[in-house]
Design a protein around this ligand. Structure first.
Ligand SMILES: N[C@@H](CCC(=O)NCCCC(=O)O)C(=O)O
Length: 259
């Protein structure tokens, strides 16, 4: 039986940053249930983080064996990559940006396992100095990567192939050269930040997955592996590889604590 504070038999803890929404007259912190479920499918314990002041970031990361950056209908504010907002009708979440961007730099310093999904992938690229297309569907030569249809089933249906770059983390995890993914995004990687490795591309050349050089597991995907993950063997390989990396991190943390 484990005693209080003994995490040796506990699942690894994965922090899940929340989004900010106004419901009725009041502000709320919200996290998509499918992301929380995906952390459990990875074999980890989800810990949703409402937001964080700069002086709280290290204390939060002291609790973590991994981080999952979720998708969101909101866009990363273009000011973070030096641009004005092109379409003011699209939702933003500056409160999330304000803490997740520095949070990402700190988790990378600590070499914590990271799975960054859709908006989360965009945050990772911007946090490291990269830039985004604000509306990739409006650019010549690129497809429309936004979800199509009225229902979630339609919006998250498999939409296009991704071609996996050989020799990288994604190929090692999914063991496929190409596979079909869903697509629910209007922003997309424009300039990939230095220190990041392309792991997959869409048929139109768009970067659809990337990893952080030198980290055991820091993977960003533009699609949604959390969507109906148990029905998608490739999604489950991704989540289980992330969970394995988090368990390894938890073991390292325990070794350090035991000195
Ligand atoms: N708003 C950004 C990111 C898109 C994104 O994360 N889509 C998922 C929305 C809802 C969800 O599944 O969490 C963009 O448009 O590129």
């Amino acid at each position: 039986m484990s005693c209080a504070g003994d995490r040796s038999s506990s699942p690894p803890v994965v922090l899940v940053p929340a989004c900010n929404r106004v419901l009725g007259q009041h502000p709320f912190h919200v996290a998509g249930a499918k992301y929380v479920a995906a952390v459990r499918l990875a074999g980890a314990l989800p810990l949703v983080v409402p937001d964080a002041a700069p002086e709280e970031l290290d204390a939060l990361l002291d609790l973590a064996d991994g981080v999952l950056l979720t998708g969101s209908p909101s866009n990363v504010h273009p000011r973070h990559f030096g641009e004005p907002v092109h379409d003011t009708t699209l939702p933003l979440d500056p409160r999330r940006d304000a803490w997740t961007l520095p949070f990402i730099l700190k988790l990378i310093e600590r070499r914590l396992p990271l799975l960054a999904i859709c908006r989360g992938a965009q945050e990772l690229n911007v946090a490291l100095g990269g830039s985004l297309h604000q509306a990739v569907h409006s650019l010549p030569g690129y497809a429309d990567h936004r979800g199509q249809g009225e229902t979630a089933e339609a919006q998250y249906a498999l939409a296009h192939e991704v071609h996996v770059e050989p020799g990288g983390l994604l190929q090692a995890v999914v063991q496929e050269e190409a596979f079909r993914v869903n697509s629910v995004h209007g922003q997309a990687v424009n300039r990939l930040a230095s220190g990041l490795r392309v792991e997959a591309r869409a048929p139109d050349g768009l970067v659809e997955a990337f990893s952080v050089h030198g980290m055991d597991f820091a993977l960003a995907v533009q699609w949604h592996p959390e969507w109906q993950a148990p029905n998608n063997p490739i999604s489950m390989r991704l989540l289980q590889a992330f969970g394995h990396a988090c368990r390894q991190q938890a073991a390292r943390r325990r070794d350090q604590q035991e000195g």
